[in-house]
Design a protein around this ligand. Structure first.
Ligand SMILES: O=c1ccn([C@H]2C[C@H](O)[C@@H](COP(=O)(O)O)O2)c(=O)[nH]1
Ligand SMILES: [Zn+2]
Length: 189
């Protein structure tokens, strides 16, 4: 319990005005955190990507991460990229996080939505993002910016007027603690 929560707790006990708690995460942090959490489902040993699509009302309408297509076992399909046999390269098979998030949508469409993604989208994802009507890309890392696929993404986004901006975290981590002590966090009777 932080100081404000302790004060609020005291206020509650003495029937005084209670102020809202501080330290809550803002919308951008929340959506990027959902993308980062989704990435933890990825089986890719070298790069885990998550994506979270949000509509204009701040409602999450799709979440996805990079993984093998349905029916293609992630125990049987390859996860290597430097293979002697080109057919055993994971890049031939992995569905990208952005595409999975769009396909997983629980709304009729994603027109006008924003997509929060851990890694700047590749050219193939950029095409799908544009065609789906998503208008904004918020990304954490642009580590592939020098590669032609990613230069092509920006060229397409610029032409299609899809805004892209980097998410600069104001805190280095958001903790998820399953061992919450509900006795301490709920108001006393
Ligand atoms: O737009 C993108 C680009 C890449 N990914 C996925 C695809 C792969 O599983 C990894 C990249 O692996 P590397 O070992 O860094 O080549 O990231 C994605 O989901 N979206
Ligand atoms: Zn991609």
């Amino acid at each position: 319990m932080d100081l404000v929560e302790k004060i609020n707790d005291l206020c509650l006990q003495t029937n005084q005005t209670v102020t809202k708690r501080e330290g809550y995460i803002d919308w951008c942090e929340y959506f990027m955190a959902v993308a980062v959490l989704a990435a933890k489902r990825s089986k890719d040993p070298s790069c885990q990507v998550g994506a979270c699509i949000v509509n204009k009302d701040n409602i999450i309408v799709g979440v996805g991460y990079n993984g093998m297509p349905i029916g293609c076992s992630d125990d049987e399909f390859p996860w290597s990229k430097n293979t002697s046999s080109p057919l055993d390269n994971k890049h031939l098979y992995v569905c990208h996080a952005e595409v999975n998030a769009i396909l997983n949508k629980n709304s009729s469409d994603v027109k006008g939505c924003s997509i929060y993604v851990g890694l700047f989208p590749c050219n193939e994802c950029a095409k799908v993002i544009i065609q789906s009507g998503i208008k904004e890309v918020v990304y954490l890392s642009d580590k592939n910016a020098h590669k032609i696929e990613y230069i092509a993404s920006k060229r397409m986004f610029d032409s299609a007027k899809v805004i892209y901006r980097q998410f600069i975290p104001q805190r280095s981590k958001i903790e998820i603690n399953f061992e919450v002590d509900w006795e301490l966090t709920s108001p006393k009777k």
